[in-house]
Write a protein that binds this ligand. Structure first.
Ligand SMILES: Cc1ncc(COP(=O)(O)O)c(C=O)c1O
Length: 396
């Protein structure tokens, strides 16, 4: 057996690993409530499904342009103008098989071995692994719950060296649900603009799941569009995780490089998915409000219930569908012979004791916390939190 060093140093996605463990327990008959997964529990809107069915009947079944067929890229430009007041042309858009591939394209095209990349922590697990594949160096900037898990301009400034080439972050954020305001982004941009060779990858996949009002893109700040790669897609906002449709909007020279990279790896994404994305791009942001409002109700329920458990410290997430409570209060406590030394132990303890699965914060760069996804029904959420409460009250 011979595997490359590249794949051997790559970590398996912890979210997927925990989900697998819960499935194994469920197969043994345990009634597991899973709070691990990162996808909306809603169906894709009918108008999108109809567009895909029509595409099949119309035999829209051939290879398209690697970056997506041109009318789709035009529609994406329309979406950026309408929702984000950003003016792009179709040759600055690359459609991919998901935001994940768009991020991989950007990282592979823009970084050389040894280049440093600023990653505010907690961060989405995939960032650090894709950076590793590119042999770039993630420079983690730790944020804390006191600051709503947001990086300050001072922290950013301190992390920049002569080797820094990129900053990558998500807002709304997975795993914290934090949302940077335009003012906060502008303060970060003031630092970034001092460095000619520093680019931003702005992951805006949760744009439509935002409880504070209008989404702010760092690309919208004066002087930033030419040094920002905007990542978006249809997975979260339109409940289309399985369709695999990602979007990048970037300066043309970056988009062209990504088109070349993607042309060798996957070519264009599925032609039927592209037609579905075309329909999604014509839906106004308002169509996503019912799902967003359901997530907001669940956010309120979960945060309130968790704050009623002694030892759980939550921020009030402004977007996405995750809460990231600090559980360090439990470190050093035990039940029977089970001692909790970190959040990973606590996750495992709760899975075994209460049959509720969550993802340890270590996977996102913070082992004081754990990630709870509230992409499930209010009934299940209430039941899960009651079980968690019972389990942790046994720790002393
Ligand atoms: C922050 C973030 N970016 C990107 C993605 C991937 O999205 P896609 O399904 O479009 O690849 C996810 C999915 O969990 C995510 O949480």
């Amino acid at each position: 057996m011979y595997l490359s060093n590249r794949v051997q140093t790559l970590a398996e996605s912890q979210t997927i690993a925990m989900a697998r463990k819960s499935r194994d327990l469920a197969a043994q008959g345990v009634n597991i409530i899973s709070l691990t997964l990162g996808e909306p529990d809603f169906n894709t809107p009918d108008v999108i499904k109809q567009a895909a069915k029509k595409a099949i009947d119309d035999n829209f079944s051939f290879y398209t342009h690697v970056s997506g067929y041109v009318e789709l890229r035009q529609a994406i430009c329309g979406k950026f103008l309408r929702d984000n007041q950003l003016e792009f042309t179709p040759d600055e858009i690359v459609v991919s098989t998901g935001a994940k591939q768009s991020i991989a394209n950007a990282v592979m095209c823009m970084l050389n071995p040894g280049d440093e990349v600023i990653v505010p922590a907690p961060y989405w697990v995939t960032y650090s692994e894709i950076l590793k594949l590119a042999e770039a160096k993630p420079v983690l900037v730790n944020t804390s719950i006191e600051n709503d898990f947001k990086m300050t301009p001072q922290q950013l400034q301190q992390a920049i060296t002569s080797k820094t080439r990129m900053m990558i972050f998500s807002s709304p954020c997975n795993p914290t649900g934090s949302v940077y305001s335009e003012k906060e982004l502008s303060a970060l941009a003031d630092v970034i603009k001092q460095y000619k060779e520093l680019y931003v990858v702005s992951d805006e996949i949760y744009e439509h799941i935002n409880f504070v009002g209008k989404h702010a893109s760092i690309a919208h700040i004066a002087g930033m569009k030419e040094r920002t790669v905007v990542i978006n897609g249809v997975s979260k906002g339109f409940a289309m995780t399985g369709w695999r449709g990602g979007i990048m909007a970037a300066p043309k020279w970056i988009a062209q490089a990504c088109d070349k990279m993607q042309g060798q790896f996957t070519s264009a994404t599925c032609s039927i998915t592209q037609k579905a994305m075309f329909a999604a791009m014509h839906l106004s942001a308002e169509t996503t409000y019912p799902m967003r409002d359901a997530f907001k109700r669940r956010r309120d329920l979960v945060v309130k219930a968790l704050n009623n458990i002694k030892g759980f410290k939550c921020n009030n997430p402004d977007g996405a569908f995750y809460v990231f409570p600090d559980v360090s209060y439990f470190f050093g406590k035990k039940h029977n012979d089970k001692v909790i030394t970190n959040a990973t132990d606590l996750c495992m303890y709760i899975l075994e004791e209460a049959a509720v699965s969550m993802v340890p914060g270590a996977a996102f760069g913070d082992d004081n916390c754990l990630r709870i996804s509230y992409a499930t029904s209010e009934e299940k959420l209430s039941e899960a939190i009651a079980r968690i409460k019972q389990a942790v009250e046994k720790l002393s």
